[in-house]
Design a protein around this ligand. Sequence first.
Ligand SMILES: Nc1ncnc2c1ncn2[C@@H]1O[C@H](COP(=O)(O)OP(=O)(O)O)[C@@H](O)[C@H]1O
Ligand SMILES: [Mg+2]
Length: 546
Amino acid sequence: MAQKDKAEEMAGQTKEISVSEFFEKNRHLLGYDNKIKALLIIVKEGVDNALDAAEEARIMPEIFVKVEELEREKYKIVIKDNGPGIVKANIPKIFGTLLYGSKFHRLRQSRGQQGLGVSCAVMYSQLTTGESTEVISSTGDGKTHKYRIKIDVKNNKPEILSDEVVDMDTWHGVQIMFICEGIYREHKQSILEYLKETAISNPFAKITFDSPNGKFDFSAGIDKLPDEPSEIKPHLYGVEVGILSRMLKATKARTLQSFLTSEFSRVGSTAANEIITKAGIVGEDGSPDGRLSPKRLTDEQMVSIVKAVKEVKLSRPPTDCLSPLGSDSVEKGLKKELNPDFITAVSRSPTVYRGWPFQIEVGLAYGGSIESAKFMRFANRVPLLYQQGDCAMTKAMATIDWRRYGLQGDKLPEGPIAIFIHMASVWVPFTSESKEAVASYPIILKEVKLALQEATRKLSLYLSGMRKAQYQQERMKIFERYAGDTATALAELTGRDADEIQVMINEIAKTVHEEALKTENGKEEEAPPVEVEGGKENGEEDEEAE
Ligand SMILES: Nc1ncnc2c1ncn2[C@@H]1O[C@H](COP(=O)(O)OP(=O)(O)O)[C@@H](O)[C@H]1O
Ligand SMILES: [Mg+2]
């Protein structure tokens, strides 16, 4: 009987927890684990959303960020954009509900994914200062809505404190004001660094930052947005049993065969039949049968389908869901913010990990205003400032033998070098919800390594050219140093004017120097080759089936 009592007592204690309650207790999962980082994350969520919205509406983004200290460890953060705005009915849900967004159910490249970002910033603010968040939004119809919102954490629902129409100008966009606890610093992983890197990876954006230490302007370096990505359907190589079962429940397809061909990318009827046969889904007569209703599939049959998929060759998913920056924009972004002596960039062709398309881009900048080594990681154009060591991009950098390319340093290169690595994908495999590091799939490591090798090869040619020019320069200086004495000696011997002789010697030296440079530069330089290695997973092959 004792067990029964205990069980009943426990039953009385079990209750559903809302997602807000969960993240209220586990805010570190979203990156809110210290006061310095909290300010950064709030700015980041606001700016990432502003860029996503402006880009989707095909508007050149202009973003204003203000961070103001109200009292010790208490800050006001304002983020204002010129995007499409948010319709009135959606404002409370977006800011007052966790896991509410427009990007989760859509497969195309964007900065946000889960619908957690901005509502968590609202929650963090109310948790640390008790204050509501002010949201002003206009879609440009002349009505500007101003809300004060909190989150009803128990029910994961918005609590509206006020809702009014303010002025009627033609501005469109969103302005958010958070009051939260935090500490403002300008170190390596700061808001300033995040905005600077954002300006590099989004060279089409204009960003103004009014910081506690003064104003910073990041102007746009190009006047064109990257191409708009298209939506794609999921690819079967990336589908697990849970997702499959959810899709089977929701589908309008009447047969398993049509479910497979209509809901996934690159499944033709031949491939669908092959999957059905390999999964052993048979009709009453014992032969493979695709006419079964998707709703009637058993759990075992779902597992068999997921297993069978791995043995069937499917074409890669389409890659127009990606919107890479392109090597030209990578170079322009680096140039405008870092002002280096040398720049190069590589944009690899798209490929896939577990059925998800992705593309790697690498930029290298050297010399000029760059004083020490700087490593910048980006996912869908968002700078990743934390967990450098856990990230596939850092691991790939560590596999490069930098000395072979004429650079110093083990694992990571040293000197006045900036490395930019960007992964564009419909679904970036982050190692955690706080989206700070990319998971180390072999194909991702391999793509980053190949891009790095290709870019570093170009840098090494530039560096060896520089070294040769320097050597010639030194030779020239030695020559000039003795030219005066030589001229005087020759004047005595020949009886001609010493100054005239010196001019002649200098001219000879110049010609010899130029000739030497020409022959050096004409020589075919040996730079380390690009190596190819790394394992393949299913769905990562280069060949197309069907
Ligand atoms: N500045 C903005 N302009 C327009 N829409 C926005 C803006 N900020 C947020 N949104 C909308 O709110 C949704 C939720 O934002 P968020 O909680 O950050 O999640 P996510 O970015 O992952 O979708 C977005 O999907 C978008 O539709
Ligand atoms: Mg977001």
